[in-house]
Design a protein around this ligand. Sequence first.
Ligand SMILES: C[S@@+](CC[C@H](N)C(=O)[O-])C[C@H]1O[C@@H](n2cnc3c(N)ncnc32)[C@H](O)[C@@H]1O
Length: 251
Amino acid sequence: MDGTTHGMDGKRLRGLVGGAFDRRLETGWTPRIEHPFFLNPRLHEEHEKAFGEFLSAAPVALEIGFGKGLFLVGLARALPGWHVVGLEVKVKLVKAALGRIDKAGLSNARILLGDARELLPRYVRPDSLEALFLLFPDPWWKKKHFKRRMLSPEQLREFAGLLRPGGLFLVRSDVPMVLDLTREAACEVDLLEQVASPGMELPITDRERRYIAKEVPYGEVCYRRRIGESDRGAAGSAGGAGSGKPGGETE
Ligand SMILES: C[S@@+](CC[C@H](N)C(=O)[O-])C[C@H]1O[C@@H](n2cnc3c(N)ncnc32)[C@H](O)[C@@H]1O
């Protein structure tokens, strides 16, 4: 277990919030966050173990970049039998979301700090997630930042591999380019098939709440991991057809 920030291909990931953040992670810096639901598997083996157990004990929904956590908390409240995981790269947002989890009295949410591109391949097993949410992701407009976008075919293939067969992948955005890139990339990912809707009512995010108030238009694209012949028995155990859960049938 070390403190470096590397993606699946072993290449060093560029920092998202500046080189200082990267350097602090690499030297084993850990934020002063004392909370039972905040897990730092990169630095604490017992957290890695606890996270593994959390992931295998119930259907899991995971949100990348949860901001202040309105959606995360809403989802955990709506699905008490599920385990909900949030990944976020900013310390102050992690603290804000933990405060909301406490206020809501929830025990089925866990939060990890760091770059999802590094955390997902390291700590989330393939074929394990019931749902994966990427909601209003940063568009990273500058060319030098394109590589931070999580919308390439390679990235979506990796996301799809983390889903259980039938699991949901949903991207919501007010930026048409983000939705277009998702659609284009998903076309190249055999494991993903587009569906008309997530099959359940989902909470809104903090950003979405502002957009609704200001009447800013936004949209979403939804996919499910295809169910292969060999998966048909196993799929649907947690979110099967008509269950009204994110992994359920939508049409
Ligand atoms: C535009 S905000 C949207 C926040 C929230 N989803 C909402 O809709 O209110 C994007 C969020 O993703 C986080 N983020 C960006 N890249 C990330 C990454 N690679 N891993 C984890 N979080 C990331 C940012 O810190 C930020 O909180």
